[in-house]
Design a protein. Structure first.
Lengths: 51, 372
């Protein structure tokens, strides 16, 4: 954890070659998922051919 | 798994693919830089699904693949010396240099240890004080912090029987080299998400502006990749060329400061030969002068060999995106994962290995294209 010293129990980190290189930012992950969700709603129209 | 399954959601993936189709008025050529992304694109059928609207060309982001023959030859030379134990990542063992692979060197009596982490090599040195442990350090900025930590640890432990054969590479200078090729076939880049966790994405701003190419920092799950491609296509359709961070859950604008500081303590930027690209200015890391005691090339008085020999393997063309793996005459015939002619067929991040494992059989269109 020498490179992600602010990680606390319960955090998710990405480990590469034995070293944690980043901590997953939950707020950013949720923001990206919300963006995707809004896109998905809009994408239901027009329907795809054959559906 | 939290924040993994969500980015593998098939419904979202289908909707994103449809959005990409809606957005594209023509076929765009996009390079995904990282070999991990190449494998995911092939594995999930994304390349095939989008073939008519996006041509994905596969970048040089496979550290094992871009390691030149000369470095492998030096590693073999070291592994065969009775006083040396060579340690490196498992992928390196089957990559042919000009005189064979490290695995063959081990079979011929050399000592080669596959390790998961550079610090494992430090532990081997501790256990074997009578031998000199050389860690063959390959990898991008993602791996450089781990190698730097191993050096710091070796010094802290006062180990004198540990050193490095450094072949570390830096991604952005290689993208610079590809974007500067004339003509440049690339309309936009999906930048390597994991390298950016360390290096950040701020440094791509001048690059995108100067070359007029969108750069979308992108993750590795299918939804990540499709979202990255959608953003890239939208920019291209709007005539924009800016940096977008699709992988914001893991990539901060300035990267990981702690990791960058650890790299900077031990390494400095140097020019480096990349297989396929030749000498890339500022394309690598070497040990700083104060750490040269840990430099295997200095300890053994190695001189850098001559230019890279062109063998039968067309890895240079594959790694720079000039050809697809299937366009090589040896693909799937004389060159397969169990008897590779070159590194891209060996590595878990190599484009040829990704095609061999995941690509559907060639269609008549492919065969016609290869023939033309």
């Amino acid at each position: 954890m020498a490179c992600v010293t602010d990680a606390v129990e319960g955090d998710y980190v990405i480990v590469h070659a034995g070293v944690a290189i980043t901590r997953i930012d939950r707020a950013e992950a949720e923001r990206t998922l919300a963006e995707l969700a809004s896109l998905a709603d809009d994408a239901d129209w027009p329907p795809e051919k054959g559906q | 798994m939290k924040y993994l399954d969500e980015f593998r959601d098939p419904t979202l993936a289908r909707r994103l693919a449809r959005e990409i189709r809606r957005a594209a008025t023509r076929r765009w050529t996009i390079m995904e830089v990282c070999g991990g992304q190449t494998h995911s694109l092939l594995r999930h059928g994304i390349e095939e699904e989008l073939r008519d609207v996006v041509e994905l060309i596969h970048g040089p982001g496979c550290p094992v693949c871009v390691t030149p023959h000369q470095a492998i030859d030096l590693a073999r030379d070291l592994a065969l010396r009775p006083e040396v134990m060579l340690a490196t990542f498992g992928d390196m063992l089957r990559v042919p240099g000009s005189g064979g692979t490290l695995q063959e060197a081990a079979a011929a009596g050399g000592t080669v240890h596959p390790v998961y982490s550079p610090t494992d090599a430090v532990a081997i040195a501790q256990r074997n004080p009578q031998r000199l442990v050389v860690f063959f350090a390959v990898g991008f900025e993602t791996t450089a912090p781990a190698t730097a930590l191993a050096v710091l640890q070796a010094r802290q432990l006062g180990l004198e029987n540990f050193c490095l054969l450094v072949a570390h590479v830096r991604v952005q200078p290689a993208m610079e080299a590809l974007a500067s090729e004339s003509p440049c076939r690339i309309d936009g880049f999906l930048a390597a998400g994991h390298v950016c966790t360390v290096m950040g994405c701020d440094s791509y701003e001048p690059f995108a502006a100067q070359h007029g190419l969108p750069v979308v920092v992108t993750g590795f799950e299918p939804v990540d990749l499709l979202q990255g491609i959608l953003e890239c296509v939208r920019q291209l359709e709007a005539g924009r060329a800016v940096v977008n961070n699709q992988y914001a859950r893991n990539v901060r604008p300035a990267g990981n400061q702690e990791a960058r500081e650890i790299i900077d303590r031990v390494f400095e930027v140097c020019d480096r030969t990349w297989r396929g690209l030749g000498v890339v200015p500022a394309g690598g890391f070497r040990l700083r002068p104060e750490w040269l005691d840990y430099d295997a090339e200095r300890r053994f008085g190695f001189q850098h060999a001559g230019p890279e020999e062109a063998g039968e393997c067309r890895s240079g063309d594959v790694l720079s995106g000039r050809i697809k793996p299937t366009e090589c005459a040896h693909y799937g015939t004389r060159c397969k994962p169990d008897h590779p002619l070159g590194a891209p067929m060996v590595s878990s991040e190599g484009a040829c290995a990704a095609y061999f494992r995941y690509a559907p059989p060639m269609t008549p269109v492919d065969i016609e294209r290869i023939g033309s």
